[in-house]
Design a protein around this ligand. Structure first.
Ligand code: ATR
Length: 277
């Protein structure tokens, strides 16, 4: 029987995941499809029951259900349990539902696809302390990055995250003044995502030109923060890699195969340019 997968969320119609996964199924000769399903807040339990009954083989979970879905799953892996957030569900052979999280590990893979693993001893600064920052901090720790600091507009949230990961919490201004201490800087706030939130979350005057600067925003591909880093001569990692890799790790869980992430990146960038033209 033909397998099928899905992404559930609200909103979900803009998602690039269906086209990306369907391309990967085609490239790998797998007879499967992947559909977006609009699931409003408060109805995720009904959605899980329906997905189970209709025989989905797995699905991705996006806003606003990443935490709300947990009580409806049979099992949650340790990283997703620690984060209290699931972005990937795998239907096991006995029909049980396993929740996982590939967002943070996806970020680490996209970073290392660009810079390799030789900079694990660098000091890391994470800007922001929300859900995305939590996932990335835990995945960076798991990936062997030991020296992590977190700065946030609300310092108490940076402190709470740092208590879990053993890092140093900073305010945004303090982080700006000490930016030169960090070799890897990861921007996780929505600042730069649209004209309404343009600008820089942290001033870059003290940025060390040897630092790698990453942003998890991928639309636009180059946020003001990344542009400022590029102007300073820094190596940058845009957010498209994290999006592709969270999907690639989910695809790998479902199929045992690893898709062509660099080919996907080229295709998605070409499509974006077509939209702009
Ligand atoms: P996500 O799951 O995408 O991380 P989130 O949990 O809502 O989203 O977290 C958003 C993060 O961006 C928070 O760290 C937030 O800072 P506060 O904790 O102070 O709210 C940060 N953020 C959002 N808008 C911001 C802005 N205009 N300037 C600086 N930081 C901002």
């Amino acid at each position: 029987m033909k397998k099928w997968y899905a992404v559930i969320g609200d909103p979900v119609s803009h998602s690039k995941s269906p086209a990306m996964h369907e391309e990967w199924f085609r490239e790998n000769g797998i007879d499967a499809s992947y559909v977006p399903i609009h699931v409003p807040a408060g109805t995720v339990g009904d959605a899980v029951a329906a997905l189970r009954r209709l025989g989905a083989s797995g699905w991705n979970v996006t806003v606003p259900h990443k935490q709300a879905i947990i009580p409806y799953l049979d099992e949650v892996d340790p990283l997703a349990a620690e984060m209290q957030a699931v972005n990937t569900v795998k239907v096991l052979q006995d029909g049980r539902l396993l929740g996982m999280n590939t967002d943070g590990p996806g970020f680490v893979r996209s970073l290392e696809e660009r810079i390799g693993s030789a900079r694990r001893n660098d000091r890391v600064l994470i800007i922001g302390a929300g859900g995305a920052a939590n996932g990335i901090a835990l995945a960076m720790l798991q990936g062997g990055y030991g020296k992590i600091a977190v700065c946030n507009r609300t310092v108490a949230k940076a402190e709470a995250l740092c208590e879990r990961i053993g890092g140093e919490a900073l305010g945004l201004e303090e982080a700006a003044g000490r930016l030169g201490e960090f070799g890897i800087i990861i921007q996780t706030t929505p600042v730069g995502m649209s004209t309404a939130t343009s600008g820089l979350p942290v001033a870059v005057d003290h940025l060390n030109p040897d630092a790698v600067v990453a942003d998890i925003v991928y639309s636009p591909l180059h946020t003001d923060f990344l542009k400022a880093a590029m102007n300073n001569g820094n190596e940058i990692v845009d957010g498209l890699g994290m999006f592709i890799w969270q999907g690639a790790l989910a695809f790998n869980e479902w199929t045992g195969l690893m898709p062509d992430t660099l080919g996907t990146r080229k295709r998605l960038i070409a499509e974006t340019e077509e939209t702009i033209c």
